[in-house]
Design a protein around this ligand. Sequence first.
Ligand code: BTN
Length: 242
Amino acid sequence: MTVRDIQFIQDGAADMWRDVRWVESVGSTNAELLASGEPGDVLIADEQTAGRGRLGRAWSSPKGSQLSVSVLVDAPEAASSFGLIPLAAGLAVTDVIPQARLKWPNDVQIEGRKLAGILAEADFSGERPRVVVGIGVNVAWRRDELPVETATSLNLEGIEVDWDQLAVDLLLALGTRCAQVGDEQLLEDYRAACSTIGEMVRLERAGGNVEGRVDGVNDAGEIVIAGEAYSAGDVTHLRPAS
Ligand code: BTN
């Protein structure tokens, strides 16, 4: 099963999103919206054949497994707020799935297993800078078909959802959290949902890997490790050997 009643989703999300479209199959909902969307548009797909992940990786989203949704928003006016959009999107997922926590910046996890991924991509080519925010929530996977061993899915966690209601709830939470960018409450809530703060981590980044304890997430959304702030990279939580 996937999304069944697009009219239900359009009606439920209408206060925040002006145009909600559904397609059976698309390369990437992010790419499609960036190519042909307007701020306020939403695209949901049953299947992506060229889904895009963070740091240039591919993202697997076969039919029936995942809620794949992208929204297009105006870029925040302050450049310093750009890094907050992906955090806002991650928080929106945890608003809807309170069992989930966030590994910085926005890996949505349950018990350390990845439940959802988020990719925000900015486009400055036109007169009006825009950001597409794409979310893939694993809803119904067979354990032996998961793309990586460290992933999970709502069904595998015993969480049954109605796909259409999940889409509406996620879109409303996303609209609310994106509107909070620039508001201190967003960061306060993000920090409360972030499992990385206080952990010993390895940050893999282009400029060289860093290991240390995470002091926090600063007001620009950057991770602060042993007093130094970093805006991008892949975090691994390092667990003491038992
Ligand atoms: C990650 O690597 O964790 C981010 C994955 C983001 C996947 C979503 S699915 C909807 C949207 N369309 C894409 O091509 N990617 C994002």
